[in-house]
Every structure is written in structure tokens, then in C-alpha cells.
Write a protein that binds this ligand. Structure first.
Ligand code: NAP
Length: 255
């Protein structure tokens, strides 16, 4: 159990079935939160939920497409009924639909915008009333170093830069209610997402990983737990004076 001065809270982690979201969900649970693990497929959340409950934590699997307004409303209603009012939200669900601009379809553009931006908007809007009522809230949005521009990712880079503007605006609007909003911008983190990128560019994952590490000042690839540690700090009660920030977690500086 990690030391935490904060009282138990209900947290929602989207895209919590695997990768970074699964690590964030497990970390927040070990810090004393009851965690709603939200992902497209409810059954896919079982591993994360089981890992939490096996350690004595409290977790609920919730199937929900975060880009679907009605599904988000129903999911938040269920979380309130089964776990309690959520005051911590980690908007982590994400997809890639990489392609060079001239080959990028409108569907690939829209799909990425819908999951990252529309999803974070819908979830934040659905949850903020509970935070305002509690006069406490913590919103953490997953951006990326790709927000700075990345070949083959016009859609994803735009969405991840959008997450930063969204975050800063939530911080401005919700600050007076005790709600902070911050973004984490990870660099190379070993998950299914980075494996899919290696596959897309036709490079063996180990070679892809080694090439990435050669550019990372701390000399290693990031792990989902590295991002979970940043999220764990940002949601703490005593992190209440940190808001509207973008924290690059990339093993070195980013512009
Ligand atoms: P991941 O392993 O692909 O996990 C993403 C999760 O989000 C999956 O479980 C996925 O479900 C779920 N998801 C996708 N669309 C959804 C939707 N519409 N509604 C609900 N859930 C949905 O990705 P990750 O690497 O952990 O990335 C997590 C976040 O960090 C993303 O926002 C990503 O952009 C960001 N990030 C990752 C890296 C990295 O290096 N890995 C770097 C920077 C930023 P399915 O499995 O069913 O698709």
C-alpha cells in the first residue's frame, strides 16, 4: 500500500482493460480508491478488476464506448449507483489510426478525434457535477509527446495537442470548485499500442524498442507504471495547487 494522505475516493479510469489504463487503475486502487475500470468490452476489464480485488481493493468493470454520449451517461449513472459519486477521472482511452496525410481517410481522422477528444469531453462533462458537488475533483487527461508533431500521426497529434487545450480550459473553469485538471504526455511506453506502431512501420518490436531507447536520456523504455506514478501524484488531495499543467513523462525533456 502506497502512503497517501487522501481519503478513499471513487475513480474512473477509461481504457482501463490493458496498458497504461490498467496500471493506473491498479495504482489508484492500491492508493485506496474504489476504481471503475471502463473499456469498450466489459469482459476485457476482468484482468484489471481481478488484480485489484485480489489485493483487497474495490473495482467495477464497466463496458462503455467513451465516444458514445448515451453510453457515457449510462456508465456514469451505474458507477454512481454501484461505487459512489466519482471525484477522480483519468481520460486514458485511446486508439491509433496512423497514416501519412495523403493516405489518411476521413474515417481514420474521425475515429481518433472521437475516442480521444469527444471521449474526454463526454466523460468530463458527465462527471464534473459530482466533483463540483463534492468541492473536490481531479481530472487527468492522457496527451502524448506526439502532440509536438509526429510523422504518420496527423490525427493523433492533433487530438493529443487538443487534449492539452482541453485540460487547461477545464483547469480554468473548474478550479474554483476544488477541481484540478492536468495532462500527462508520455513518450515511448511499452504497451500494445507501441507494438502496433512497430508492426505498422514493419519493424521488429525489439529493434523498434532499441531505436526508441537510444533517443531516451534515461536509457530505458517507459513502462505503464511510470505513467501510473504521475497520475497517482496528480490525483492526491495535496496536489491541489497543481492545475492546467502538461507533464511530459518521456525519460527526458521535450519542447
Ligand atoms: P492500449 O494498450 O491500446 O490501451 C488503450 C485501451 O483503450 C484499450 O483497452 C482500448 O480497448 C481502449 N479503448 C479504445 N477505444 C475506446 C473507446 N472508444 N472507449 C473505451 N475504451 C476504448 O494503449 P496504451 O498504450 O495503454 O495508451 C493509453 C493512453 O496513453 C492512450 O490515450 C494513448 O494515446 C496514450 N499514450 C500512449 C503512449 C505509449 O507509448 N503507449 C504514449 C503516449 C500516449 P480495445 O483494446 O478494445 O481497443
Amino acid at each position: 500500500m502506497t502512503e497517501n494522505t487522501s481519503p478513499a475516493r471513487v475513480a474512473i479510469v477509461t481504457g482501463g482493460a490493458r496498458g497504461i489504463g490498467a496500471a493506473v487503475a491498479q495504482r489508484l486502487a492500491s492508493d485506496g480508491h474504489a476504481v471503475a475500470v471502463v473499456d469498450l468490452d466489459e469482459a476485457a476489464c476482468a484482468d484489471t478488476v481481478d488484480a485489484i480485488t485480489a489485493k483487497g481493493g474495490s473495482a467495477l468493470a464497466v463496458g462503455c464506448d467513451v465516444s458514445d454520449e448515451a453510453a457515457v451517461a449510462a456508465a456514469v449513472e451505474r458507477i454512481v449507483a454501484e461505487l459512489g459519486a466519482p471525484t477522480v477521472l483519468v481520460n486514458n482511452a485511446g486508439i491509433l489510426r496512423d497514416n501519412l496525410l495523403f493516405k489518411m481517410s476521413v474515417d481514420d481522422w474521425d475515429a481518433v478525434m472521437n475516442v480521444h477528444l469527444r471521449g474526454a469531453f463526454l466523460m468530463s462533462r458527465a462527471v464534473q457535477s459530482h466533483m463540483v458537488e463534492a468541492r473536490f475533483g481531479r481530472i487527468v487527461n492522457l496527451s502524448s509527446t506526439s502532440a509536438l508533431g509526429n510523422r504518420g500521426q496527423a490525427n493523433y497529434a492533433a487530438a493529443k495537442a487538443g487534449m492539452q487545450g482541453f485540460t487547461k480550459t477545464l483547469a480554468i473553469e473548474l478550479g474554483k470548485f476544488g477541481v484540478t485538471a492536468n495532462a500527462i504526455a508520455p513518450g515511448f511506453i511499452e504497451t500494445a499500442m507501441t507494438r502496433a506502431t512497430a508492426e505498422r512501420v514493419g519493424v521488429d518490436f525489439e529493434a523498434f524498442r532499441a531505436a526508441a531507447i537510444s533517443q531516451i536520456p534515461v536509457g530505458r523504455a517507459g513502462q505503464p507504471e511510470d505513467i501510473a506514478a504521475v497520475a497517482a501524484f496528480l490525483v492526491r488531495e495535496d496536489a491541489g495547487f497543481v492545475s492546467g499543467q502538461v507533464i511530459y513523462a518521456a525519460g527526458g525533456p521535450k519542447d
